[in-house]
Write a protein that binds this ligand. Structure first.
Ligand SMILES: Nc1ncnc2c1ncn2[C@@H]1O[C@H](COP(=O)(O)OP(=O)(O)OP(=O)(O)O)[C@@H](O)[C@H]1O
Ligand SMILES: [Mg+2]
Length: 518
């Protein structure tokens, strides 16, 4: 039971203060304890009553009491003061505490002050156990020096953001000026670094060039006043190996006052390596399907090569005849030889086009002209379409933007759509068998459309069509559209199909000018 010599409040108030897990006490204007709640027993190991009447100096010892004097002066002037300081504890040690002095002003002025002392060490250890027990790596960094540097460049953050967008070296300088203040156990483990070896070093030590773009975007988000930033990127461990991470930063609410930022990092390398493995399997599958398509197209490709070969033979014979004449006709012979050369070039073009499709290449991203890419796909399938009784035409809008993409993969998509259209038209009772491939600019990219005058999709739902192994053909693998969708999505685009009321089938592909991070 706590003791109150100042006729302090009623029983409820007494019980309440006793229940607070903090030191609650009252000191008079001479710094003599007049009230202490029950919590003092567990803190000091002495009953509250035995503390009443003691001078604050006796609680704290000379040194700590002297340090408190400026706060005691302020509270005597009627000011409420809060500060953090160590407070002696019963086990002989000191505990970090949050302390508040609240003055009691009476009619005659300052009468004394209430004190509230919260044990922070417990809070801190709880905080640290959360901080250290989590599966997220945390880095605590200090932005003071970086902010001063950016401030010097320009006081206007949006100007600095514009500079950061154009000068990738700026973020490097920022990272070099951002010391690490602390990191939790998980971050130490993830980056294979001892906390003691990491503290004080610039964060840039763990940011490789391959990951700099994410930090630049992070800096720009910070400068633009956003609340937080999240990105997948790569960081460097202490031993130089790389780790794929999900990076997340919550920026301080009060930009002016706060300079400490906690950066969260989650190790996503196993997910990324699974994704890479999946991409590899998909690439193999796409390659297998391409080779299978080429197999289907082989007869028409052979025919396509055969035509120039036949022309070469005919022209060769003609040239021989012109030269064997009594009076050789050199001009005619030269003309025949010229035709041989151009037919030879045509044949080797066909072979080169086909070879490209058969090669298993790494996925590439290069600027490509859509119309040209479509023309090539049309060339490869032209004969197959006509042998199935169809026609194939193209229509290109002017001003088609270039896009970043994988030429062979996108051709594979188109070839599959064209062959599908030709097969569908051949299998159905239709009046016309026309395929039209069109390309036009779309917002942020291009729209490619493949339409046919075939029997349409019937009742097949849009999604089902793109599922692997869905096929209505006796010899179909049902992989064509599934692979097409994978390829288009990898380019950041979309693919959809519909059967318009007037008949036929209409495929639409959109492709953005640039594709997302691979
Ligand atoms: N233009 C079209 N008109 C009508 N049906 C179509 C058209 N394109 C595709 N389909 C339907 O979608 C199915 C799936 O096409 P997909 O290209 O994925 O496989 P497939 O052509 O059957 O086999 P493959 O793996 O050899 O390409 C086809 O079997 C067909 O039923
Ligand atoms: Mg197909």
């Amino acid at each position: 039971m706590a003791c109150d010599t100042l006729h302090w409040g009623d029983e409820i108030r007494q019980a309440t203060t006793d229940a607070i897990p903090a030191l609650v006490s009252f000191f008079d204007a001479d710094h003599i304890c007049r009230y202490a709640n029950d919590h003092h027993l567990s803190w000091y190991g002495r009953p509250a009553e035995s503390l009443v009447g003691l001078h604050m100096r006796e609680f704290l010892g000379d040194a700590a009491y002297t340090e408190r004097l400026p706060f005691l002066d302020r509270v005597a002037r009627g000011e409420q003061v809060s500060f953090q300081a160590p407070v002696p504890h019963r086990f002989g040690g000191w505990r970090e505490a949050a302390i508040r002095y609240v003055p009691r002003m009476g009619p005659g002025g300052f009468e004394g002050f209430h004190t509230l002392v919260f044990d922070l060490s417990r809070e801190q250890s709880r905080f640290h156990s959360v901080f250290d027990g989590t599966a997220v790596g945390f880095w605590e960094i200090d932005l003071t020096a970086m902010r001063a540097m950016l401030e010097q460049i320009s006081p206007d953050p949006s100007q600095v953001a514009a500079l950061a967008a154009s000068d990738p070296m700026l973020v490097r300088r920022c990272l070099a000026l951002t010391p690490v203040l602390g990191l939790n156990a998980k971050a130490g483990q993830m980056f294979r670094v001892d906390r003691s070896a990491a503290v004080g070093r610039p964060l840039g030590d763990w940011v490789p060039d391959a990951g700099i773009a994410a930090w630049n975007a992070n800096l720009i988000a910070y400068l633009n006043g956003e609340d937080s930033y999240e990105a997948e990127t790569v960081m460097r461990r202490e031993d130089g190996t790389m780790v794929d991470v999900l990076l997340s930063c919550a920026f301080p609410k009060q930009r002016e006052a706060e300079v400490l930022v906690t950066v969260g990092v989650v190790d996503i390398s196993s997910r990324v390596s699974k994704e890479q493995e999946l991409a590899r399997v998909q690439a193999h599958l796409a390659h297998a399907a391409r080779v299978a398509t080429l197999g289907e197209l082989m007869a028409s490709i052979a025919h396509e090569v055969n035509q120039p070969l036949a022309a070469i033979l005919a022209n060769g014979n003609a040239a021989v005849r012109w030269l064997r004449r009594d009076e050789p006709d050199i001009d005619e012979a030269l003309a025949a030889l010229g035709r041989m050369i151009s037919e030879g070039a045509r044949a080797s073009e066909v072979i080169a086009r086909t070879r490209k499709m058969a090669i298993r290449g790494e996925q590439t991203r290069a600027p490509l002209a859509i119309a040209e890419m479509i023309e090539d796909a049309v060339q490869i399938t032209q004969r197959q379409v006509s042998s199935l009784g169809g026609t194939l035409a193209t229509r290109f809008a002017p001003d088609l933007p270039e896009i970043l993409g994988d030429r062979v993969q996108l051709q594979q998509v188109l070839i599959n759509l064209i062959v599908n259209a030709a097969q569908a038209m051949a299998s159905g009772e239709v009046d016309r068998r026309d395929i039209l491939v069109q390309a036009s600019p779309a917002p942020h990219g291009v729209l490619i459309e493949v339409s046919d005058t075939g029997p349409g999709l019937g009742t097949v739902g849009g999604e089902q069509l793109f599922e692997a192994f869905y096929s209505t053909k006796s010899d179909g693998m049902g992989m064509g559209l599934s692979i097409a969708r994978t390829i288009v999505r990898a380019h950041g685009g979309t693919i959809a199909a519909e059967s318009p009321a007037e008949g036929g089938t209409h495929f639409q592909i959109t492709l953005p000018v640039t594709c997302p991070r691979e």
